[in-house]
Design a protein around this ligand. Structure first.
Ligand code: PEP
Ligand code: MG
Length: 566
């Protein structure tokens, strides 16, 4: 049981607003090969140890399958359980043991060989490679007498606590079972944070010391808006959190309809989505379409390239969900922290500066051609659809031109680019003389402007959107759009922060795309201020020498009710 004496308040970065309190469940990291293990001397005994471990893995997966909350997860878990006791895999492990390797190394090497075989077969079998790695990590932990990695079986709705979560792991979370997410590492613009917001799960990242703090106290409370975590909360803590929720609800009351400032200046409020399911859910919200469909999220766990038919079906489903509302589809943004095994160009020293995004599409034109063809087919098939297409990670005018020509060649009428590099921001006037629109990816634009890896939690302060250098990049981009009469939007995480949103509108941004759960707060913030006030706040932010001063100045100028929206 908890006691007030164990109470502790920790601060991190709030990445998905909302409050939660309840039992915590710890996500265990994978342990890997035991570097100190001896070579196998008793083959039979070691082989039996591995078989036992694999059998235990299969049994625990089968148990989870029985309690799965959807037919799809049940099938996935059952198939993974069957793979754990696959005779071919066990034979391969025996072979490795005979070479004299230790037990955990034999498991790893055998899985690598087996994965290679599955990849060669291709199609469905190739897609099982991810499951195979999952089995490897679970079996390795078992033979090392350590807890199995990953998200534990939840006894009931819980708050997940992890060092960090992989995007693929986060994507599978069930929002009915996961009350909140707290991670020790991670950054506000990491794809895990993005997915949490997408799922509407309150979340805080960079909560230093959380693992240690919860070691003896199984309950926590979380405010995902401000990033506050209370370990072993008292009844008063929970009451206060509830009071915060009530104030927020009051500030949000009546937030509906088209996005606009107090004096009626329109700002389109759009949803960021990653799957057809997201689209169906987002379309139920009171919002004006989707400003970013991250298509690579469809394929994060796939080992084989999707076919044109398969993609067409998904895009049709997304377009149908939104009807006549705008849908901005970003072509495959693979690479860096979103590696796709079927689009892998080999190891790189600095993947974030490497052949990712459009650069990868230029190297693998076949993938882009398939995607554009599928988008064109889907547009044809859905009457009244307003489909816009844009390329990620554009850095030069030539790249923008290459992409625009290519997409227009598929009869896609509205073709844009993302502004995610300082180069594109500085060249926006020329780029927008070619592209029909631009959408600013503030996550990457911050990463590249500040030379700070967005995956590196310790650098989170450099990555906040209040950095005057980043705001100047946004102003430059907006001016490039204005000079060409082309619309500029923002689809990075900055657009979903009610206070930053005011500054963005003041800088000339005409649409904001965010996790659907953030739209109400941004709409309420806009309604509290007229365009002149937003412009004044933009000036205050641009004139500030530091990010902290920029935020303070803008908060000071904002309507006091805005504080309840943060
Ligand atoms: C961005 O970089 O801001 C963006 C929207 O793209 P992603 O987060 O998917 O890299
Ligand atoms: Mg990006």
């Amino acid at each position: 049981m908890t006691s007030p004496a164990e109470r502790k308040v920790l601060h991190g970065i709030g990445v998905s607003a909302g409050t939660a309190s309840g039992p915590v469940a710890i996500v265990t990291p994978a342990v890997g090969i035991d570097e100190h293990e001896p070579a196998s001397v008793d083959l039979e005994a070691d082989s039996q140890r591995v078989r036992d471990a694999l059998q235990q893995v299969a049994t625990s997966l089968t148990n989870r399958a029985e309690h799965a909350n959807s037919e799809t997860s049940k099938k996935v878990l059952e198939a993974t359980a069957a793979l754990a006791t696959d005779r071919g895999l066990i034979k391969q492990i025996d072979k490795e043991l005979k070479k004299g390797t230790g037990v955990t190394k034999a498991i790893h090497d055998a899985v690598e060989v087996y994965a290679g075989k599955l990849r060669k077969i291709g199609g469905y079998m190739a897609e099982r490679v991810t499951d195979l790695y999952d089995i490897r990590d679970r079996a390795t932990a078992r033979v090392r007498n350590l807890p199995e990695p990953g998200i534990p079986t939840l006894e009931g709705p819980s708050i997940l606590v992890a060092e960090d979560l992989a995007p693929a792991e986060t994507a599978t979370l069930d929002p009915d079972q996961v009350l909140g997410i707290i991670t020790e590492a991670g950054g506000a613009t990491s794809h895990t944070a993005i997915l949490a917001a997408q799922l509407g799960i309150p979340a805080a990242v960079q909560v230093k010391g959380i693992a240690e703090a919860i070691a003896n106290t199984p309950v926590a409370a979380l405010d995902g808006g401000v990033g506050e975590v209370i370990v072993a909360p008292t009844p008063q803590d929970i009451e206060e959190l509830e009071e915060r929720s009530r104030r927020r609800a009051a500030a949000l009351a009546g937030s509906s309809g088209e996005g606009a400032t107090k004096d009626g200046h329109k700002v389109k409020l759009l949803a960021n989505i990653g799957t057809a399911d997201d689209a169906a859910k987002a379309a139920q919200y009171d919002l004006e379409g989707s400003g970013l469909f991250r298509t690579e999220f469809l394929f994060l766990d796939r080992d084989a390239a999707p076919t044109v038919e398969e993609q067409t079906e998904t895009y049709i489903s997304v377009l149908k969900s939104f009807g006549r509302r705008r849908v901005v589809v970003r072509t495959l943004d693979a690479g860096a922290d979103k590696p796709l095994s079927f689009a892998d160009l080999g190891p790189e020293e600095n993947p974030a500066l490497g052949r990712r995004g459009l650069r990868l599409s230029m190297a693998r034109e076949d993938l882009l051609d398939d995607q554009l063809q599928a988008l064109a087919n889907a547009r044809e098939a859905v009457e009244g659809a307003e489909l816009w297409v844009m390329a990620p990670m554009v850095a030069t005018v030539e790249e923008a031109e290459w992409f625009a020509n290519k997409a227009r060649g598929y009869n896609l009428p509205t073709v844009g680019v993302m502004v995610e590099t300082p180069a594109a921001a500085i060249m926006s006037e020329q780029i927008l003389s070619i592209a029909d629109f631009a959408s600013i990816g503030t996550n990457d634009l911050s990463q590249y402007t500040m030379a700070a890896d967005r995956m590196q939690g310790e650098l989170a302060e450099l990555l906040i959107p209040w950095q005057p250098a980043v705001l100047k990049m946004i102003r430059e981009t907006a001016q490039g759009g204005e000079r060409n009469g082309k619309p500029i939007g923002v689809c990075g995480e900055a657009g979903g922060d009610p206070l930053v949103a005011l500054v963005l509108v003041g800088l000339g941004v005409q649409s904001l795309s965010m996790a659907p759960g953030k739209v109400n707060a941004v709409r309420a913030a806009l309604r509290l201020h007229d365009l002149q006030a937003c412009k004044q706040m933009a000036r205050l932010a641009l004139e500030s020498p530091t990010a902290a001063q920029a935020r303070e100045a803008v908060l000071g100028a904002a309507d006091p009710v805005l504080r309840d929206l943060l």
